[in-house]
Design a protein around this ligand. Structure first.
Ligand SMILES: [Zn+2]
Length: 192
């Protein structure tokens, strides 16, 4: 800090990614509920879970509670992985009943706008976290940056699904893609 260098500290980066993920979570939750799209809701839950990792990385920079950074990270990783499994399970459960009887969805301009902003947010988060020229960055930042890039793939799935639904009225695509997104939520913490 105070090196006079224009680059942000890791703390700044985690906080920026946390804010982006949280704002996108709110926007996607609203559009997911309005449109009835389980795929959009799945992506919003994923974004909520994703606020946890940068939040912990950010908080661990303060080294408070007298707990070691390592201890905090381990505990939180265990809790968030359990949460990922629970959320994924609920999505798959709901998706299966929707495949049998797919509901009508309201896919409109707002849906595409939020989906595209979500994709841009993922890419922007990746750019904030990625290694800079000549920089020695932490493992946690490396994992987080790769994760954000992988999440851009999830956003593309949501957008492609919405195109299929809007163009061909294939409502069944939504629960099918939700299952893919749920599997992705489970796998995400393990993609290194
Ligand atoms: Zn993610």
């Amino acid at each position: 800090m105070g090196s006079g260098h224009s680059h942000k500290t890791d703390k700044d980066r985690y906080l920026a990614v946390l804010k982006i993920n949280f704002l996108m979570f709110i926007a996607e939750l609203a559009v997911g509920l309005y449109s009835g799209s389980l795929a959009m809701l799945s992506d919003s839950f994923h974004l909520f879970l994703d606020t946890l990792a940068p939040l912990i990385s950010y908080l661990s920079e303060f080294k408070f509670f007298g707990l070691s950074e390592d201890r905090i990270k381990k505990t939180v990783t265990q809790v968030s992985i359990s949460l990922f499994f629970i959320v994924a399970g609920v999505i798959i459960w709901e998706a299966v009943s929707r495949i049998i009887n797919p509901p009508e969805l309201k896919i409109n301009f707002w849906f595409f706008l939020v989906a595209i902003i979500g994709l841009i947010g993922n890419i922007y988060s990746f750019l904030i976290l990625k290694k800079e020229e000549g920089e020695d960055y932490s493992i946690i930042r490396k994992l987080l940056s790769r994760h954000m890039l992988a999440d851009a793939g999830g956003s593309i799935v949501v957008i492609l699904g919405a195109i299929g639904i809007a163009v061909w009225n294939l409502n069944v695509l939504d629960p099918i893609l939700s299952i893919i997104l749920a599997v992705f939520i489970i796998l995400a913490p393990f993609i290194h």
